[in-house]
Ligand binder design. Structure first.
Ligand code: LLP
Length: 451
């Protein structure tokens, strides 16, 4: 849902032999210097994504804040950028809360989500004096009240309602239906608000709703906004409960297709336009006038829309092979670095770092992991790739590194931040010793082999 930028952070150079760039840095130079797989982020794109969100809301004149959902990407160097730009933080664990505080987010702009907060996490967030807990059940309200009482504190709570709206996204990332574990259904929500308002150590400050992720139509958002507003107004009129804020969650979809364009790249199978994704202004224009009917301060919690298109995952082709049915390109990255294609059959554009004119081929781009679901792209028309070629998997900034794993005992990849013509390492590549345990490797006398 990012609006079209003047100049995309990732684009091909204008040379006769076009090279893929991140801002002013040639990606194949980074692949050579740091090795692959490698996540490369554009600072400019992150700042621009945050500001297009924030400015679009500011232009409406509405009191608001944008609370970046750390689950999309929690690298502290990226968080520092967002904290400095004035973003809030939406966290779901003690780890995310601590890294948000360390990155400089102000506690007054930190919200704590999640269906299963532990007692220790609640205590930590209370002591950090965060803006609000987004609470998901009656039992959780009672537990938070008990912990707050024990420490002589008051917990600010916002109750997450489940509006029973189909986000029309992938079923695994839809959260606003009754069969999903999230929030309290509208029929029981009033009871929860009344219960919370009677607890001595709770201060009911808001309502929270988040219906899913990578939502590419406005209709579900509009439905959720309408039913939330109706509920807030009836809560005020019928139960006398007055809230301070309405947190409308995240979920804004982004373009995954045609992210980089070049005449030498095969056309996307959906054509020039790719998939339809409403722009940020369309989204805000559709939901804000509805949410505004409550007169409450508005919070949004985007994750993907802030970081996804700010990263390319670089990889090297290890092998190619073909049988009578398929041609395979086997890369040195896969579901351990980017699980989205495997988990949600998600589409990510794949582009060679160096483009040359020539024949194209329909291939499956797969990883080295011992799972059939370890693919990055299926039946994709690509420029012909050979061993040693480097490729970029685009829009890997959200739910890429944060969902990475050590499966097959693979160390996690390094991360680089590009700023103009400069770049720096923002997280080192893990070593086998980090993952397998140094002592065990040293004891086996193998240390020299892996360092
Ligand atoms: N707020 C809440 C309460 C959430 O649960 C989420 C995401 C967000 C905000 C941020 O949503 P976003 O703006 O990024 O869509 N791993 C999946 C996405 C899972 C989203 C989980 N919740 C993927 O790779 O598509």
């Amino acid at each position: 849902m990012t609006d079209v930028l003047d100049q995309q952070a990732f684009r091909y150079s204008n040379d006769e032999q076009p090279s893929l760039l991140c801002e002013e840095v040639t990606l194949s130079d980074l692949a050579r210097e740091f090795g692959t797989p490698l996540y490369v982020y554009s600072k400019r794109q992150i700042v621009q994504n945050f500001h297009s969100f924030d400015e679009t809301l500011k232009s409406s004149g509405k009191e608001h804040y944008v609370s970046y959902a750390l689950k999309a990407n929690s690298n502290i160097e990226l968080l520092k950028i967002l904290a400095e730009e004035g973003a809030g933080a939406d966290v779901v664990s003690a780890g995310e809360l601590l890294v948000a505080l360390a990155a400089g987010f102000t506690p007054e702009k930190i919200t704590f989500d999640g269906t299963g907060k532990t007692d220790a996490e609640i205590e930590l967030a209370l002591k950090a004096n965060i803006h609000a807990f987004n609470v998901e059940s009656l039992e959780e309200l009672s537990v938070i009240n008990g912990i707050a009482e024990k420490f002589g504190l008051r917990a600010k709570v916002s109750i997450r309602v489940n509006p029973d709206v189909d986000a029309k996204s992938h079923p695994y990332i839809s959260t606003g239906l009754k069969e999903n574990k999230f929030g309290i259904d509208m029929e029981n929500a009033r009871e929860a608000f009344i219960y919370a308002s009677k607890q001595p150590a709770l201060e009911v400050v808001g309502i929270h709703v988040h219906i899913g992720s990578q939502i590419t139509s406005l209709d579900p958002f509009i439905k959720a906004a309408r039913s939330t507003v109706k509920f807030v107004n009836s809560l005020r009129v019928k139960s006398g409960i007055i809230l301070e804020h309405l947190n409308f969650g995240g979920g804004q979809g982004i373009h995954y297709r045609n992210v980089v364009r070049h005449p030498l790249l095969p056309k996307d199978e959906l054509g020039e336009e790719g998939e339809y994704v409403p722009s940020l202004s369309e989204f805000v224009g559709a939901v804000l006038p509805i949410l505004d009917q409550t007169g409450l301060k508005i919070i949004f919690e985007p994750g993907r829309a802030i970081v996804a298109n700010a990263c390319a995952l670089l990889a090297t082709v290890l092998y190619t092979k073909a049988n009578s049915k398929k041609k395979f390109v086997i890369a040195d990255t896969g579901m351990t670095e980017l699980i989205r294609p495997c988990l949600y059959e998600a589409y990510h554009q794949v582009a060679p770092l160096e483009l040359t004119a020539g024949a194209t081929q329909k291939v499956d781009i797969v990883g080295p992991i011992c799972e059939t679901s370890d693919f990055l792209a299926q039946s994709r028309e690509m420029p012909t790739l050979k061993r040693g070629d480097s490729i970029a998997i685009l829009c890997a900034g959200a739910y890429g590194y944060t969902l990475a794993s050590n499966y097959n005992l693979r160390p996690r990849a390094a991360e680089i931040l590009v700023d103009g013509a400069e770049y720096r390492l923002i997280r080192e590549r893990e070593r086998v010793e980090d993952v397998a345990g140094v002592a065990r490797i040293e004891n086996a006398g193998l240390h020299a082999l892996v360092s």
